[in-house]
Design a protein around this ligand. Structure first.
Ligand code: HEC
Ligand code: HEC
Ligand code: HEC
Ligand code: HEC
Length: 366
């Protein structure tokens, strides 16, 4: 009997081993590896080729509308209630309205924003939000051109992708639905928040780093700059929040940490890639968008659009990037819509320009 089981066990093990080498399911899928740092530093992005092809297909930019017929008449004089696009020709204005409908509300049409009895009427909240969105898009494409969005720029489609509410927006999370208990101060951990990549890291990271436009430029510093402590350092909680933010940024861009950092010296700017500087500005740009454009719309949005704590829907890296390091495969989407490329806000109304501080080394937290 014993011999029988030994032989049976050995033959099953033999067949499983053969199956392991012979079956397609066990093969490693073909990889697309892109080296983005010095050789030997393991700075590379590893994706499957299939994954790259799928992401490219899912992020194709729509073709721009045919150019408008030239015309002299300006929208500001032809129409009754045009406040942002005053100096755009009527033909170009109508072309943009058609494109905006395709980008934001293709199923609902013009009526998503307009009372079609009177196009000048501002009674729908959607139209008031859309007007501010026009100013926001112009601001992103002008103020943040050199430091972040470059020649690609953004249109409504970059965030909306054919839907009135972009797929990736976020709200301040209300936190644990229970009283203190044993671990009253758990630093927001173990909540499996999507913004921390479902890890056990703090759930309120985005609120800490991406919501408040007034946060000091160099707040995200946790690495020591000296071998021994010289001042009272930052608490470990800051490191946890920083890590959660980094996970959000990596996921949002579909990259790993070495896209920006040489992980032998994470904080050292001189060993980081140029993309880390773009990301540094990206963090400030997101604060600018959320603090100066979305938060002031609090009273314009209807209550059903607000979060559990009554806050406005906000933007993060994923809203534009959608898992790619360059949104919409790097297409230069704003070129065909020059009216979206320059700001029309008066200098006093527009939010202040890009923070001038370059990403200098840390001011020695410890
Ligand atoms: C996503 C929202 C949105 C959609 C969809 C939209 N519009 Fe508009 N429309 C606006 C906004 C915002 C303004 C005001 C622009 C400004 O103040 O510069 C406006 C203004 C207008 C005006 C000027 C009205 C006046 O007398 O002041 C016309 C005409 C117009 N739109 C036509 C259209 C048509 C036609 C469609 C459908 C093809 C359309 N719009 C779809 C948001 C939208
Ligand atoms: C940087 C990303 C971004 C860009 C660019 C952008 N939007 Fe938005 N938009 C948002 C977010 C975030 C919201 C809030 C979502 C919500 O309403 O719940 C929003 C909301 C809206 C709404 C209200 C939808 C609703 O029913 O609540 C309209 C209308 C709108 N946007 C129009 C536009 C138009 C038109 C443009 C281009 C001129 C534009 N957006 C560009 C991010 C963006
Ligand atoms: C898209 C670029 C990018 C990616 C990807 C990225 N980081 Fe960062 N990281 C930054 C930037 C920018 C800063 C500085 C932020 C600031 O100063 O506001 C930073 C700061 C840090 C810091 C603080 C450094 C200091 O001086 O104390 C740590 C730690 C860190 N990142 C770890 C990581 C880890 C771990 C990952 C992967 C999970 C990662 N980063 C992925 C851009 C990136
Ligand atoms: C309003 C839309 C928008 C948001 C929000 C946004 N980005 Fe970007 N980002 C862009 C565009 C557009 C480009 C492409 C620029 C170009 O083609 O030169 C870009 C480029 C980048 C690049 C350079 C990629 C490369 O391959 O060179 C990095 C890094 C980056 N973004 C990081 C971030 C991070 C981190 C966040 C969140 C904190 C963020 N971005 C939020 C629009 C956005």
């Amino acid at each position: 009997m014993k011999t029988f089981f030994t032989v049976l066990g050995a033959s099953i093990a033999f067949f499983l081993t053969v199956a392991m080498f012979g079956t397609a399911g066990w093969d490693r899928p073909p990889l697309a590896v892109h080296q983005n740092g010095f050789r030997g530093t393991a700075m590379e992005q590893v994706h499957t080729r299939e994954g790259v092809a799928e992401a490219m297909a899912a992020n194709a930019a729509p073709a721009p509308a045919d150019p408008a017929e030239p015309g002299e008449e300006l929208a500001g004089t032809a129409y009754e209630n045009v406040q942002v696009l005053k100096n755009v020709s009527v033909n170009e204005f109508n072309r943009l309205m058609v494109s905006m409908t395709e980008w934001v509300s293709p199923e609902q049409g013009c009526t998503y924003c307009h009372n079609t009895e009177n196009m000048a009427d501002d009674s729908l909240y959607q139209k008031k939000v859309a007007r501010r969105m026009l100013q926001m898009t112009q601001h992103i494409n002008s103020t943040w051109k050199d430091n972040h969005v470059g020649g690609s720029g953004v249109t409504c489609y970059t965030c909306h992708r054919g839907q009135p509410v972009p797929a990736h927006v976020w709200f301040t999370e209300p936190g644990p639905n229970r009283p203190g208990g044993f671990v009253a101060r758990n630093n927001g951990q173990n909540m499996a928040s999507p913004s921390a990549g479902l890890s056990s890291l703090p759930y309120d990271t985005l609120t800490a780093y991406l919501a408040d436009k007034s946060i000091d430029n160099n707040a995200i510093r946790v690495n020591a700059t000296t071998a021994l402590p010289t001042t009272k350092g930052k608490p470990i909680q800051d490191a946890e929040k920083t890590f959660a933010l980094m996970i959000h940024m990596s996921e949002g861009l579909g990259v790993n940490c070495t896209f920006c950092h040489n992980t032998r010296a994470v904080s050292d700017w001189s060993q980081s890639t140029p993309q880390r500087v773009t990301a540094w500005h990206g963090i400030r740009m997101v604060r600018d968008i959320n603090g100066n454009y979305l938060e002031p719309l609090l009273s314009t949005f209807p209550p059903n659009r607000l979060g559990a704590l009554g806050d406005v829907p906000k933007v993060n890296c994923t809203t534009c990037h959608n898992g790619q390091s360059k949104p919409l495969n790097g297409a230069h989407v704003v070129e065909a819509y020059p009216e979206l490329a320059k700001s029309t806000e008066t200098a006093s109304a527009a939010p202040p320009a890009v923070p001038a501080t370059p990403p200098t080394p840390a001011p020695a937290p410890q």
